[in-house]
Design a protein around this ligand. Structure first.
Ligand code: SF4
Length: 334
């Protein structure tokens, strides 16, 4: 005779519900409406404190503060020294390792589509990052990575190609060695170029579908007067897309002047028109215009983007601390 415990009966019922949800996702996927439908349902239910689907994307920070660069515009340069030391101690002694990430990914609820591997600090400095990438793809998620690229070794590039990694965004914010040195605080421009060239060899020979590569530039005093260099480096690196971001001047000394903003607004669209690499220039120029008008980066930045964070994303820190969808919505939207 088989006695079913309360937990077992819950888990059978739970599995039946999950099967229905999976079937529902499948129908929506076939009709090409899956993501917006799920977003709408999440949004509606969040107001009633009901969670039916998990997040669309989770962002993991394998390293929250340890980085091998010292970018002047980075949040890491502005936090108090004891906060920084505490985060570094957590990165070293309390961080999740590959088996923890594997368990985490195994327990993800329905609805999750993408795992975004990102900083805090530099994710490629996690000693088990190869295994973490493999776990993400083994579970069938879309994998995206944000990195400074200097630890994107040939072995890692080959590994990522073999597991059909989906997207890498490389933060550069410069188009030449001197600017790179000034912006990033380290002299690793040549190493970065070498790494990306090797990645491109794997991308063109082994990656099916081809891994998407984007170049990321934070617009700032050191790079804003010569956007052709920013487009040029993206072309040289065979990027599929250039993503520009306005500088958030955590350090007020870095804030752009009226003239610098006006120069960027004039030059960026002209340079974009000559470039073979698509970019978000029109979005960014309208953001810069808004900055000029209201003279306040926060007012300019926030309405320029549809913010889905409160509904669709979940942040999981290196210590497994997490901000789930519904509570995130309550904290940030209500
Ligand atoms: S590479 Fe990224 S995390 Fe590291 S210092 Fe620069 S902006 Fe910060």
């Amino acid at each position: 005779m088989h006695f079913m415990s309360g937990c077992d009966s819950h888990s059978v019922r739970g599995k039946a519900i999950m099967n229905h949800l999976d079937r529902f996702h499948e129908i929506l996927r076939h009709r090409g409406m899956r993501n917006s439908a799920i977003h709408g349902i999440r949004r509606m239910l969040a107001y009633r404190n009901i969670t039916l689907f998990g997040p669309d994307m989770i962002r993991i920070n394998p390293m929250s503060a340890i980085c091998n660069h010292r970018c002047s515009m980075c949040w890491l340069q502005t936090i108090p020294e004891d906060t920084r030391k505490n985060l570094i101690r957590q990165d070293q002694h309390e961080r999740m390792n590959a088996p923890d990430y594997d368990r985490l990914l195994r327990s993800m609820p329905a609805g999750l589509r993408e795992v975004n591997v990102v900083g805090g600090g530099e994710p490629l400095l996690h000693p088990e990052i190869h295994s973490i990438f493999r776990s993400i793809k083994r579970r069938g998620y879309r994998g995206s990575l944000i990195t400074n690229g200097t630890n994107l070794t040939p072995e890692l590039a080959e590994d990522l190609t073999n597991i059909q990694w989906d997207h890498i965004r490389i933060s550069i914010s410069a188009g030449d060695r001197d600017t790179y040195h000034r912006v990033q605080g380290v002299d690793r421009f040549d190493r970065l170029i070498r790494n990306v060239r090797i990645l491109n060899r794997f991308r063109s020979t082994k990656s099916r579908p081809r891994m998407h590569l984007s170049v990321f530039h934070v617009l700032q005093r050191d790079n804003i007067s010569n956007p052709s260099l920013l487009f040029g480096i993206a072309e040289q690196l065979e990027a599929d897309f250039i993503e520009f971001d306005p500088l958030i001047p955590l350090n007020p000394d870095l804030a752009l002047s009226h003239d610098e903003l006006a120069t960027a607004i004039e030059l960026l669209p002209k340079t974009a028109a000559r470039s073979s690499v698509p970019s978000n220039v029109s979005e960014i120029v309208s953001n810069l215009r808004k900055q000029l008008e209201v003279n306040d980066i926060r007012t300019a930045f926030i309405p320029a983007r549809r913010c889905s964070v409160g509904y669709d994303q979940c942040f999981i820190q290196q210590t497994a601390m997490c901000i789930p969808v519904v509570s995130a919505m309550k904290r940030w939207v209500m």
